[in-house]
Design a protein around this ligand. Structure first.
Ligand SMILES: Cc1ncc(COP(=O)(O)OP(=O)(O)O)c(N)n1
Ligand code: 3NM
Ligand code: MG
Length: 236
C-alpha cells in the first residue's frame, strides 16, 4: 500500500540546506523524523538539481533507517524533474508539493501516478471562496498560511495588492470546515501556536525554522509533535 493511502500531515517538516543556520541538514531531518514528524518536504531555492536529488536520497535513507518508510511521507517542493530523476535512480519519493504558480497539479499527477501524493498551496486572495470551489480531484491536501509573517518565506501570503495577509485562528477554523480535503497550516508557526492551531480542526501544522533553527532540533520536534497530539485527542 502506498503512503498516499495513509497520508498523515499532522506534523509536517519542510527543510532545505538554507534553513539550518549553516549546520548539516541530514542530522536535522533525522531529528525531525525521530521526534515524530509524520511528513517531510525537501525544499530548496538555492541548491542544484543534483544536490536536491542527493538530499532527497539521504532523507529517504533516514526515513528507512527509522523503519518509517510506510508511514512518513517524503515530498519535494516544486521540482517535478527532481522527483522523476530521483525515482529513476530507485529513490523512494512519495510525492510533490506545488504552489499556485508552479507546475499544474494535473501534470504532476499524470507524471507521478495514482500512488503519489500531490499537495497544493491554497490561493491567498479570495481564500475561502477558492477552498470551497477549487477542483480537488487531483490533490491530497491544501497547504495554507501564513499564521504569522516569516523570514523563511517573506513573500508568503501576498495578496493581489502586494500586502501580506496573515490568517487568524478563526480564519483557519473556517478553512478547516470549508475544505473538502485535508488542510495543513504553516508560516511562522512556533510551539506556542500549536494548542490553538490544533483546536481549529485543521489536519496538521507545517514548520521550517521552529525545528531547523532550534538549538536542539530533536527536542523541539518532539515538543511540537507531543503538543499537537495532546490538543487533538479525537484525531489520535
Ligand atoms: C505544506 C506546504 N504548504 C505551502 C507551501 C508553499 O508552497 P509555494 O506556495 O509553492 O511556495 P514555495 O514553498 O515553493 O516557496 C509549501 N512549500 N509547503
Ligand atoms: C514554505 C512556506 N510556505 C508558507 C505559506 O504560507 O504558504 S510559509 C512557508 C515557510 C514557513 O517557514 P517557517 O516555519 O520558518 O515560518
Ligand atoms: Mg512552490
Amino acid at each position: 500500500m502506498s503512503v498516499r493511502n495513509k497520508l498523515d500531515i499532522s506534523a509536517y517538516f519542510v527543510v532545505g540546506p538554507e534553513n539550518t543556520k549553516g549546520r548539516p541538514v541530514v542530522p536535522i531531518i533525522q531529528d525531525a523524523v525521530e521526534g515524530g514528524f509524520t511528513c517531510l518536504q525537501i525544499r530548496s531555492k538555492t541548491v542544484s538539481a543534483r544536490e536536491l536529488i542527493q538530499l532527497t536520497h539521504r532523507a529517504s535513507e533516514v526515513i528507512a533507517q527509522a523503519g518509517k518508510s510506510d508511514t512518513v511521507a517524503l515530498l519535494v517542493d516544486d521540482r517535478l524533474d527532481v522527483v522523476l530523476a530521483a525515482r529513476k535512480q530507485g529513490i523512494k519519493v512519495d510525492g510533490i508539493h506545488v504552489g499556485q504558480s508552479d507546475i499544474p497539479v494535473e501534470v504532476c499527477r499524470e507524471y507521478l501516478g495514482d500512488d503519489s501524493i500531490v499537495g497544493l498551496s491554497a490561493r491567498t486572495h479570495e481564500l475561502f471562496e477558492y477552498i470551497k470551489t477549487a477542483d480537488v480531484s487531483q490533490i491530497d491536501y491544501f497547504g495554507a498560511g501564513p499564521l504569522h509573517e516569516t523570514k523563511t518565506k517573506p513573500d508568503c501570503g501576498l495578496n493581489l495588492d502586494g500586502k501580506v495577509i496573515t490568517r487568524s485562528f478563526d480564519d483557519i477554523a473556517k478553512l478547516a470546515k470549508l475544505s473538502p480535503i485535508p488542510v495543513v497550516v504553516g508560516g511562522g508557526v512556533k510551539l506556542a501556536d500549536i494548542p490553538q492551531l490544533a483546536e481549529t480542526g485543521v489536519d496538521g501544522f507545517f514548520v521550517v525554522s521552529a525545528v531547523s533553527e532550534a538549538d536542539n532540533p530533536k527536542l523541539e520536534a518532539a515538543k511540537l509533535v507531543d503538543t499537537w497530539k495532546s490538543h487533538t485527542p479525537l484525531k489520535r
